[in-house]
Design a protein around this ligand. Sequence first.
Ligand SMILES: [Fe+2]
Length: 903
Amino acid sequence: MLTPQLNRHASSLLFCHGGSLPSGRGVPHGPAVMVRSKKTSKRSGVRSIRCALKEFRSSQAETDAVLAIKAVATVKVTVGGLLSNLGLPRGIDDVKDLLGKTLLLELVSTELDPKTGREKETVKAYAKKAKQHGDEIEYEASFKVPKDFGDIGGVFVVNEHRKEMFLEEIKLDASDHTATATTLTITCKSWVHSKSDNTDKRLFFVNKSYLPAQTPAGLRRLREEELEVIRGDGQGERKAFERIYDYDLYNDLGDPDHDVSKTRPVLGGSKEFPYPRRCRTGRPRSKKDPESETRSGFVYVPRDEAFSEVKSATFSSRTLRSALRAAIPSIQTAVIDAKLGFPHFNAIDSLFGDGLTLPKRQGVGFFQGLLPRLVNAITGGTQELLLFDSPEMIERDKFSWLRDEEFARQTLAGVNPYAIELIKEFPLVSKLDPEVYGPPESAITEEMIEEEINGVMTVHEAIENKRLFMLDYHDLLLPYVHKVRELEGTTLYGSRTIFFLTNDGTLRPLAIELTIPASATGPQWKQVFRPRRDATGAWLWRHAKSHVRAHDSCHHELISHWLRTHCCVEPYSIAAHRQLSEMHPIYRLLHPHFRYTMEINALARQALINGGGIIEISFSPLKYSMEISSVAYDQLWRFDMEALPADLIRRGMAVEDPTAEHGLRLTVDDYPFANDGLLIWSAIKQWVEDYVSHYYPDPSHITDDYELQRWWDEVRTEGHGDKKDEPWWPKLNTLESLIHTLTTIIWVASAHHAAVNFGQYGFGGYFPNRPSIARTNMPTEDAQKENFVRFLRKPEVSLLECLPSQIQATVVMAVLDVLSSHSVDEEYLGSELEAAWVKDPVIQRAYERFNGRIREIEGIIDSRNSDPKLKNRVGAGVVPYELMKPFSKPGITGMGIPNSVSI
Ligand SMILES: [Fe+2]
C-alpha cells in the first residue's frame, strides 16, 4: 500500500554518517550529505506495506481484511503559530486538543475505483495530541484502511485549531499480525492554515517524484487542482495565511500618498523601464498615483516563503529586518548634520576602535537587541556603542586600499568580479548618440597607454596579446550624469578605467577617464587621470579612483547583486510554484534554491531599494538608482549570458577551448573568481545532468512534459515578460538545453549570489576602499575656483568630503555587516539531501557524488590560496580568495555558498 514511498530510514542513517562518502581535502567544517528529515526509524527490515497487506490477506478472512495504519503528525512549536506561548490565549485550542478534534487527516489512494473509474473515498481519522519532544509535538491517528485501497498517494490535512500550524511531517506505520511494520514518511515542512481562515483542505503528496504523464490515476485531478489553488485568481489583496503565487510590476517602490517627492516610476511593463516581475500582493492603489500600489508595514509573500521562526537559518534575515526598520532610522537621528563627512582618516579608524555613541533616548539595550553583533553597552550599561569589526583586508594590511595593484586585484578577486572586461578595439568609442552626449571618442590615447607601460609594446600589440582590460561605466552612467548632478549631495560622471595585464599575471591601472556629457548649456567635458608621483597628480589619481570605486559599488549592488540574482531569480520561483507540482522532480530539484528569496526581496522593497530607502540615500545616483538597474536589465541582461562560461566569454575573459579544463581558456590565467567559479559551475552541471538524465531517459519526455514546458513559457512570457520576444531564450527541447538552463538557474541562486554577497563587509566595511557614493566633483572640474584651491591646500580633507558622509558610511557598514553574515544553520550547496531524494538510490548516489566533488573543490581552493605563483590571491597582506569555498562557519567569514538567495 505504501510501496513507492518505502521508508529507507535505516539506509539513510548509514548515509547520513557518511561512511561511503569520498573524503575531501582540507575540509575543517564541510558537512557530509545530510538528510533533511531529522526523524530516523528505529525499525530495520523495512518493507512494503503492500507486502504486509498481502501476507495479511492470506491469513485472514476476506471479511475483516483491513489494515491498521497509525499516523503520527509532527508539529513544530513556533513563536507566533499554534502551540506558542505568545499571542492569543490558547484555551479553546487546548480544550479541542484534549477532545482530540483538532487535526483531521484523510488518506488518499493513488488508484481509481476499478468498478466506477472514479477516485476512491478517502479514509479519515482525527489525530490526537500525544506527546512532545522538545519543540516538536506529535499528533496520532489510527486508520482502518480497506484491503483494496491501493498505495497511499497523499494526505489531506484540516487544521481545526484557531491558529495556523507548522507541520513538519506525517509518518504512517502499517502493522500486521506478524508484528512487522512498514513506514511511509511524508515530508511537509509547511504552514497549514486554520480552518477558521480558510475551509479548504491542505494536501500533501508523498515524497516520490512523478513526471505529469506518470502521475498515478488517483492523483491526476488532485495534482491539477493543487496548481490551480496556488495560481489563485489574481484578484483582491493577499492575506498572510495564503499561499498564492502571482506576478506584479515593481510598482510599490514609491510612496506618493505620504510624500509626493517619493513618487517613483513603475519598473516593468513598459519599454522605458523593463524589469522582472515580483510577487503580487494586491494592495490598494495609491490615490496620488494610480499606477502605484500603496505601501504598508505588511508585505505579503506566500506563507511558506516567509522567514520561518522554526529555523535559525533566518536569523540574519530577521536581524536585517530589525536593522532596517528600527536601528538604522534611529542611528540616522543620532547624527545631527546628515551631510557631515569624516574630518580625518583617524575618525574612520575610530569606528573600529572607539565606536559611535548611540542616542540615549531609545533606552539602554534598544540597539543591542536589534544589532547584537555591532552594539555594546558601555559606561556601566548606561550608554550603547556602535562598534564595527575591522574588515579582514584592513586587519591584514591597513594601507592596501591605497595601492593601485590592490585596486586592480579586486576586479578579479573582490566582491564585484562581474565587471572587468577585455578591450578588443582601440580607440574606445561610445555607442551613445553624439548629438545628445557629445563626441563619442575616448580621450584616452595610444600615447598615454604606451607611456604608462614604458613602451614595452604598442597599443596594437597589447590588444593583439589581450593585455588591456577595462571597467566600463561610461555608456551606462552618462545618460544619468546631468539628472544626478541636479540632486543635492552627490555628483556623477561616466567613467572608463584601463588596466594592463603584467607579466606576473596581475593587473595595473593605467588611466581613468571621467566624462560629463554635453548639455543645453555647455559642451562635453572629459579628463584623463593617470598614476602620478608628484603630489598634485597623486592626489588627483586618488580622487579619480574614488569616483570609479563609487561607480563600481553602484554597478555591484544595483546590477551584479540585486538585479542579476535577487530580482531575476524571483520569477523563476513564482513560475515554478504555479506550474510545477510539488511532486515534479524539477520542482524538487529547484526548490532548495528558491528558499526565502521572495521574503528577502519583499524586505528589500520595504527598506533598501524603495524611495528614500538605504540605496537611495547612500549610493551615487540617489533616487535614480533603481532606474539604472532597469536600464541595465534592458541593455545587458540576457538569460543565456547568466551562465558563468557565457558571461566570461561575453566579457572577453575566456574563449572556448575544447582542450582546456571546463572547455574554456581564461584570458587572465589567475582570475580567482573565474577559476574557482568554474569548478562550482561544473559540479552543479554534473549533478543536474545526473538528476535530469534519470527522470528524462528520452528527450521526448522533456517536450511531452507539459508542466515543465508551461513553467518555462511562463518564466519567459510572464516573469520576464518585458523580454519575452528575445531570440536568445533557450527552448527546453533537449536534455542538453534542460541541463544547461537548470544549471544556470542554480548557479545564479547559489554561487553567483555568494560571490557578490558574502564579501560585502570584507571589502566594503572599510568604506574608502569601496565608497557607495562620491559626493563632490573632481577638483580639476573648474581648476580656477575655490574647490581647486582648497584641494591644493588640504587634499585629504577634499578627498574625505568626496567620500560618504558619516551617516551614509555607518548605515551602509551596518547593512553590509548583516548582509555578509551566515546563520548558524545555513543550508550550503551540496550539503543537504532533500528527503524526497532519499527514496531513489540513483539520485542518492548522484548527490553523494556532488557532495564529494564540492568537498574536493574546497580543498582545491585552499591549495590555490597557498600557491605563491598566484599573485592575485597570495601575497603580503593579501586577502585570499575564498568566496567560492562552499562551506562556512556562521558569521562573517568571506566564504560559503548557500543554496539560495536568502540574505
Ligand atoms: Fe544578497
